[in-house]
Design a protein around this ligand. Structure first.
Ligand code: SAM
Length: 291
């Protein structure tokens, strides 16, 4: 039986054979630890009837494991130099298709409807390139795709922000946005040493169970997110100062005060202490007063 693609010796052979040089600008840090790859697949709960979308297969270390666990894998790799490599490494995996595309330009909804007609759950996964982790995640969540869950490797620091609770130092607009669409849980911390080349920071795996409906009801989603963004504009400032400076303007102070009062939120609090429910209430009352 062939060795795993991610076995350190095999990875080095593949890279040397193809004369591959890493591009830092594309966040190329390949995983060389079979245990971690297996854990990612387990975390994803991928089963024999499921379809998987993979972002950034690299030389196929993770792809190979998903190919074994799932029915079908559609993998999107931006770097054309990896195509001949993947053609070779993925030759035994007949249920894998590689697309040479930037994931941010892919119409995923269309990919799903055209390619995953006969699958049970759809899972999106990847050891994400660090330079675009948050845009990729938010772009997928905001599209409200018909997927069950996402499992991603990312910088530990971003993982902590995504899963943060109100009142913690990591809690911010990213936490609320992610938790509005999904239930993100940090499932594993991964040391730098299991990648080549070794990144500067530790990593973590986050699983997002996609919600059918958001945990709070808001009348105007775009406005709700504007309020949150404004509330966190300057972390050390109070909700009053942040909203006045970044949303309502000085001439609508009365309306701001009324909305805060009706929502039951003390104007001296900081944004980082407000729960998603409080932001939802606040945005509802603010909208009523401002319009
Ligand atoms: N999955 C492999 C692994 O775990 O060893 C490689 C992971 S590496 C951290 C990230 C991969 O994403 C690289 O292969 C990189 O070329 C690719 N990539 C970077 N930006 C991308 C984008 N916008 N769309 C698709 N792939 C991208």
């Amino acid at each position: 039986m062939a060795r795993d693609i991610a076995a350190p010796g095999r990875t080095k052979e593949i890279l040397e054979h193809h004369g591959f040089s890493f591009k830092k600008s594309l966040g190329q840090n390949f995983l060389i630890d079979r245990n971690i790859l297996e854990k990612i697949v387990l975390t994803s709960k991928a089963g024999a009837e499921d379809g998987v979308i993979e972002i950034g297969p690299g030389i196929g270390g993770l792809t190979e494991h998903f190919a074994k666990a799932a029915k079908q894998v559609e993998a999107f790799e931006i770097d054309g130099r990896l195509l001949p490599v993947l053609e070779e490494t993925m030759a035994p995996c007949k249920n894998v298709r590689i697309w040479n595309e930037d994931i941010l330009n892919v119409d995923i909804r269309r990919v799903l409807s055209e390619n995953f007609k006969n699958v049970q759950d759809i899972i999106v996964t990847g050891n994400l390139p660090y330079y675009v982790t948050t845009p990729i995640i938010m772009n997928l969540l905001e599209q409200r795709l018909p997927i069950s869950r996402m499992v991603f490797m990312m910088q530990k620091e971003v993982a902590e922000r995504l899963a943060a609770e109100p009142g913690s130092k990591d809690y911010g607009s990213l936490s609320i946005a992610a938790q509005y669409f999904a239930d993100p849980v940090k499932t594993m911390v991964v040391p730098k040493t299991v990648f080549i080349p070794k990144p500067n920071v530790d990593s973590a795996v986050v699983r997002f169970e996609i919600r059918d409906t958001p945990p709070v009801e808001v009348e105007d989603e775009a406005f709700f997110f504007r309020v949150i963004k404004a509330a966190f504009a300057q972390r050390r400032k109070t909700i009053w100062n942040n909203l006045q400076h970044n949303l309502t303007g000085r001439d609508r102070r009365e309306e701001l005060a009324a909305a805060l009062q009706e929502a039951g939120i003390d104007s001296g609090r900081r944004g980082e202490t407000l729960t998603m429910q409080e932001f939802a209430r606040l945005s509802t009352f603010l909208k009523r007063h401002l319009h």
